[in-house]
Design a protein around this ligand. Sequence first.
Ligand SMILES: O=C(O)CCC(=O)C(=O)O
Length: 362
Amino acid sequence: MPNNAVLTLSWVICTSTTLSVFLMFAFHHHVVWNAPFSSASENNNNNNLVKIVSLIDNDNVNNNVQKLIEQLLKEYYDLGKPLLIKGGVKHWPAFNNWNSFDYLLTTVGSKTEVVLQTDVTEQRANPFVATTFQAFTDWLKKYPTLKETTEYKERVGATYYIAEEFDFLEKYSQLYKDMINLTDFDFFKNNLNMVGGDDNHTINYGFETAFWMGGAGAKTGWHYDYDYSFNVLCHLKGEKQFYIAKPIATQFLYPSSKFDPGAILSSVNFWSPDLEEYPKYANIQFEEIKLDAGDMFFIPAGYWHAVESKSHSISVSIRLMPRYLWIVNSIDRLWEMFYLLGWYEPSEGTVVRAKTIQVASL
Ligand SMILES: O=C(O)CCC(=O)C(=O)O
């Protein structure tokens, strides 16, 4: 090839690669900060923020219930609005099975290591402890109520929470079976061409799941998720209080640059807001939603939420995202990998855990 042609080809390749990378980062920035597929343009009228539908009196543990759930989720997914289905996961075997510590200990294994969040990681420094599943369940049994965990927190400074453990369920096939193969959500995977975090469908049926198990007083701070446009919290044990605000509440929530792959965190701690530092927070409007065991809660992307367990609690998040968001999200995964390799230090910290403190008992 003549020299000129080689030069021109190299120039074209370099320019188009640089442009593609630039466009990718610009698109990533737009999606992360605006969650554009959510109903972010709505006005600030907070009436009926969450639609509540009750299936509690519906004893039909059969396909009709599943069809109804699928239709409801589809409708609210299209509207981009939160939906609480009371009793939506009561037909899962997990609803009964996971009530028993013995069952969980046998399935997960008493010596299995679990990593526990100890504080509102989204807004504070993030100490994590690692211990055995046995030690964690012993702690839950010893401190079963909010009164007892509050006293413990005052004394020791911690409340323990297995929070958003992505690969937890995949390791225990029986726990997956207790969720009746996630057929309530098949529509989203098959008809909307959405993907979970992992393509190994034989283990996880093509869904991404996150496992949450904590003591009374376990908390998740103000944040919104931009990536999972399909995010359903299936609440299986205990009581949880959700605080949820429309995307437009961003103006009152002081988004921080603390790094959380897939999410934007607020600088404001729901449980101790500093109104001198964050005065606009005084104007926020949010709704409180109580989740009982057996409830299913659809949280559209872009909606701010904070969560508090009022008793010992267990939930599973079922999540999917459109294929293009998976590509956008891979930039976050790359940064996460760089952080874990020590090549990137987020200026305002991160919720990604790099270190844990090993303890034999809690
Ligand atoms: O249940 C929790 O503590 C948090 C749930 C949550 O933030 C989510 O599913 O996005």
